[in-house]
Design a protein around this ligand. Structure first.
Ligand code: PEP
Ligand code: MG
Length: 610
């Protein structure tokens, strides 16, 4: 075993332990969730109601029934008043016809039957009024859908949902407002944030966020990491426990939220932040050194990015290129479908900004937790098993063709490669390649330049893809393992459900064997294999992946310095041994313990993010 001092860079850094904070007794309440994005943030709370309407179902004590009903009537009256104001404004600025929409909302709000049924429900079932109102209006919606004239009555359903959302928000004391219009620098607290919410978020105004729902690989967490915004997710009850305007600390390392911290805790946080900055500066010192193990194995370190606005900033960082450009955020962050020209402009910008370094553009992965009304991707019972990613693209060859042409055109301006998400059969890959062939033909006909030999890779995200890895490898220029999905599909654990978050175990031997099989299949066919899932950015995960033989790791920009430090401290020979033992382990816990031991042997203090 090499000693840490043999390394040109001492891998040890001052440990940053959340345990050094003593929040208890120094704030109104400590809430515990899941660490979604590292960092610490402090600020006033903005409670975001969003379009995601939800209700809790809780009993109301008998002596609180009347006040619960009064609360409902007050909320209704307030929403009616708001709608009247909207109606006046619409009539003034747009025209009478638009004002009529709000008139129909007011009629719904004042509907005597709906009010009576809701009040009756609170009195007889002793359930909270939000729940009773939700159920009452749901019955109306179900009746409309049941008439078989849903197409014709779709607008009516939308109106009812709109009114219901407004009343439920009012009952929760939250105001509907887009996160792009935040006026004050805030900690955003929400029941859940959709990827569109997050993509539209004004990064300079949101210092941190907390959600009741979600896990570390939910797309809201992924975006938060990309944007460098500390986040705590899966923090059950946060949005009803924290009030707008209260001050909160988001500890994105430990997954804790400290509400209304006192002077002592604020001072501790300030000092802790200074230590973090010091650590970041130390990491930056090694950022220009090669990402190479001590026995000389080079591991490419690449970036995962999501937004056009990130391109310029991240191109200046020390990296080997872009391992994953998630194009779907282009589609989610705007109300209009991006045209070929618009997409081309973004992909070209990406290619040019990174010069000769490879940039890997993934075709859109809409669906799952990334819903998109434009494509009529509506909520499904099992969204991650449903109409998602390549399945949507193949079902809409016209739209897919637009994206493929835009990517191909960008390939004339840099080192562009492309990959398909969520492949689970050879037929899917063949079909996607056939549509790509047609896109090439169309460009050729017009004399539009593109790189005919642009490498096209396959994402390995389903156990099925691993099992047919040999067949896929014959048709792919590279593999990119999406561990976020591979783990959820292998372990049958929804990556977005905080109730099962503990079962989402990247060290589960089944997951490791799948990764190992994918690496073997790729290398047998002499194609490179990389990992672009979140496992790549965790210190222990990266150590293990190197041992399993992957060629490149792709991650959020903020994680690159730390993973470079890890790689420079280890030897390939030794982590290969660790990986071999991990493949024979019986539990994720055993794997984790062995990895921690190995990291300590390398002189590595594994920070707060493992
Ligand atoms: C993955 O599944 O690991 C991945 C990188 O893709 P996404 O997180 O966008 O589903
Ligand atoms: Mg995926």
């Amino acid at each position: 075993m090499h000693k840490a001092s043999d390394s040109p860079v001492d891998p040890r850094l001052p440990p940053i332990e959340p345990a050094t904070l003593t929040p208890h007794g120094h704030c109104r309440i400590v809430l515990t969730g899941i660490a979604g994005s590292p960092g610490v943030a402090y600020g006033p709370v903005y409670l975001h109601a969003g379009a995601d309407v939800w209700v809790d179902n809780r009993p109301v004590p008998s002596d609180a029934v009347e006040s619960e009903i009064a609360r409902f009537l007050t909320a209704l009256a307030a929403v009616v008043e708001e709608k009247r104001e909207l109606k006046r404004r619409a009539e003034r600025e747009i025209g009478t016809a638009q004002g009529q929409i709000f008139e129909s909302h007011i009629m719904l709000l004042e509907d005597a039957d709906a009010i009576a049924q809701t009040v009756e429900c609170v009195r007889t079932s002793r359930k909270n009024v939000a729940y009773c109102y939700f159920v009452t209006l749901q019955r109306v919606i179900d009746t409309i859908i049941g008439t078989g004239s849903y197409e014709y009555l779709r607008d009516r359903v939308v109106d009812i949902e709109d009114v219901r959302a407004a009343v439920l928000m009012k009952l929760r004391g939250a105001e509907p407002q887009g996160l792009d219009k935040l006026e004050e620098v805030s900690v955003v607290v929400a029941h859940s944030l959709t990827p569109s919410d997050t993509a539209r978020m004004e990064a300079s105004k949101v210092v941190g966020f907390v959600t009741d729902r979600g896990g570390p690989t939910s797309h809201a967490s992924i975006l938060a990491r990309s944007m460098g915004i500390p986040a705590v997710v899966g923090c059950q009850g946060a949005s009803v426990t924290i009030s707008p305007g209260e001050k909160a600390v988001v500890n994105g390392f430990s997954g804790e939220v400290y509400v209304e911290p006192d002077e002592v805790l604020r001072e501790q946080i300030k000092q802790w932040k200074q230590q973090l900055e010091q650590r970041a500066r130390r990491l930056l010192e090694i950022s220009r050194l090669p990402s190479q193990t001590r026995d000389g194995r080079r591991i490419r370190l690449e970036l995962n990015i999501e937004l056009d606005s990130e391109i310029q900033r991240t191109a200046e960082l020390a990296s080997d290129g872009v391992g994953l450009f998630r194009t779907e955020f282009l589609f989610l962050s705007s109300d209009e479908w991006p045209t070929e020209e618009e997409q081309y402009a973004v992909y070209r910008h990406l290619a040019e900004a990174f010069g000769g370094r490879p940039v890997t553009i993934r075709t859109m992965d809409i669906g799952g937790d990334k819903l998109c009304r434009k494509l009529h991707v509506t909520p499904e019972m099992n969204p991650f098993l449903g109409w998602r990613a390549i399945r949507i693209s193949l079902a809409q060859p016209e739209l897919f063709g637009v994206q493929l042409r835009a990517i191909l055109r960008a390939s004339a301006h840099g080192n562009v490669q492309m990959m398909f998400p969520m492949i689970s059969s050879v037929e899917e890959l063949d079909q996607a390649l056939m549509i790509l062939g047609k896109a090439k033909e169309a460009l050729r006909r017009n004399g539009t330049p593109f790189n005919d030999s642009m490498p096209v890779g396959v994402m390995i995200e389903t156990p099925a893809a691993v099992m047919i890895g040999d067949a896929l490898a014959k048709k792919a220029a590279f593999f990119s393992i999406g561990t976020n999905d591979l783990i959820q599909y292998a372990l049958a654990v929804d990556r977005d459900n905080q109730r099962v978050a503990k079962l989402f175990d990247m060290f589960h031997p089944a997951v490791l064997r799948l990764i190992h099989a994918a690496v073997k299949a790729g290398h047998l066919a002499r194609i490179p294999v990389e990992v672009c899932g979140e496992m790549a950015h965790t210190p222990l995960g990266a150590l293990l992946l190197v041992g399993l033989g992957v060629d490149a790791l792709s991650m959020a920009p903020g994680s690159i310095p730390e993973i470079r430090r890890i790689i420079r401290a280890i030897t390939f020979a030794q982590v290969k041994e660790v990986a071999r033992a991990a493949l024979d382990s019986v539990s994720g816990e055993e794997v984790r313990r062995n990895l921690e031991r190995a990291a300590a042997d390398f002189g590595l203090d594994i920070g707060v993010e493992s």
